[in-house]
Design a protein around this ligand. Sequence first.
Ligand code: SF4
Length: 489
Amino acid sequence: MNELLYTISKSSFMKFEQCEKAFFLNKYQAHLKDKLSIEKQLTFSRGHDVGKLAQHLFPGGIDVREQTANLREAAQLTADLVAQNKSVIYEATFVHNQTLVMVDILVLTEHGYAAYEVKSSLKISSTYVKDACLQYYVLSHVLKKEVSFFLVCLNEAYALKGSLEVKHLFKKREVTKTAKTNLSYFETQVNSAQDCLKQSNVPQKPLGTHCLSPYTCDFYGYCWHGVFNQQKPTVFQLTKAGRERLMEWFNKGILWLEDLPDDLVAEKVLIQQKKSILSGKEIIAQNALRELLAPVNHSVCALDIEVFAPAIPVYQNKHPFESTPFLVTCVGQNYNHHYFKPFQEEDLTDFAQALLQLTKPFEHVLVFDASLETKIIEELKLKTTYVTQLEQLQAKLVDVNLVYRDLAYFNPLFQSGTGLKTIAQVLFPALDYTKLAIQDGLQAMHAYGSLAETTDLFKNEELQNQLIAYCENDSRVTLAFFNYLKTKL
Ligand code: SF4
C-alpha cells in the first residue's frame, strides 16, 4: 500500500491553530466548505503573482512546482536539488513528522540556508510569523545546515520610478529567533493535530470570534447556518454592536434579540436599533435627518468613483496598493454620464477635468461614504492645476452614509449590513447587485487590471461596460436612497 506522504499541510495546520473542528472537517468532510468567494480567489491569485515576482530577488532558481504537480515527486526533486547543492530553489517541498511545507524561496548561503516566505501584503501579521515558524520547524529537522528564516512583504515606502525595482519593492524581516524559541510549541501542536485526526468524531467547538479570526473560516456557512437562518430576529442584526460584543452575548446564550436585556446594552443607538428590529419599524430621527438632507435642493446628482490599487504598482510614483481612480459615474434626474480612464493613461488631468465637468451642473453631489472620493479629490488637487474647482466640488459633497452615524435612519430589514448592496436588496430590488457581472470593488479592480493583459477589443469593451454598469449602480442606489429618505422628512 502506498504510504501517505503527509497528513498536515501548512494551510491545514493554520486551520488547526484557528479551530480543531475546521481542521478535522477540512480533512474528512471538505465538501462542507463554503464556496470559494471571488474575493478569496482574487486574493489567492494576487498572492501567486506577487510570489512569482519575488523570485526575481534570487534569480536563476529551479521552480519545483513547475517541474511536477505531484507532491511526492516535488519532495523527491527538492531532496535531489538539495543534495546537488543547488543555490536557489523555488517552492522547495519538505516533509517532517507527516507535515508538508513548500518554501517559496530557498537559498544556499555560505552559512547554511536562507528561506523566504513571500506575502502579498504591506504588514507582517502574527499569523504570518506562525506560518514561518511551522516551516522553520520542518526545515530545521530535514536540512543538515543552519537555517535562517525571513518573511518578505511589500514595501509601502517604495514608489515606482522608471521600471520596477524588485529589490526595493519588497522588504524582509528575519524571524529565525522566534522560530527557534518556539520549536517545541510547534512539535507539540503538530502532534496534537495528528491526534485530532485520529478521533472518530468531529471535535466539538463552540462558535465564537475565532470563526472570523484571523480568517473567515471555510466552514463558516456550515457551522453558522442554524444561527443566521432564523425566523426570529437575533442579536447579530445589531450592526452597531461590534463583533466582540455580539459573540460575548451569543456565548452567554443570548441569541434572540428579544432576550437581550437593555441593561446589557449601554448605548442609546443600540437600544433604538433593537426596538426598531423587534417592532419592524424604521428609525427616522427627523431632526438629524433634516439637518443632513434638507439643505440639499433639487439640483443634485450622485457620484461614484472606482479605483485601481494593485499590489505591484503599474503607474509612476505609485506605491504598492496605492489607489488610482479610473472610472467615475454621475447620475441625476434624466442625467447619466461617466468617464473611463484608459489603462495606459497615467496622467490624471483628463480624469479631473471629466469629474468637474460631470458634476458642474449640480449644486449638490451625493456620495455614499465620502472617504474615498475625498481622498481622490485631494490627490487630484496635488497632481493637477484644478485646485480651486476641486475645492468647490468638495464643498458640494453630501455623504448619505452619515444617516447611520447617530442612527438618523435605520431599516429593520437591513439584516447584517447597511451598505449599498443591502440598501438595494431591501429598498430597490430593481437595482440588486446580483444581476450585475461585477458586484464589488475588488472584482472591479481586477477587471480593470485585466484590461492591460488582453488585446481582444470585444472583450475589453465588454469588461468596460460591466465596470460602468457596476459603478453606475452605486450612483443610482445612492440617489434612490437619498430620494427615499427625503420622502421621510
Ligand atoms: S465556523 Fe467556527 S466553529 Fe465552525 S469550524 Fe469554523 S472556526 Fe470552527
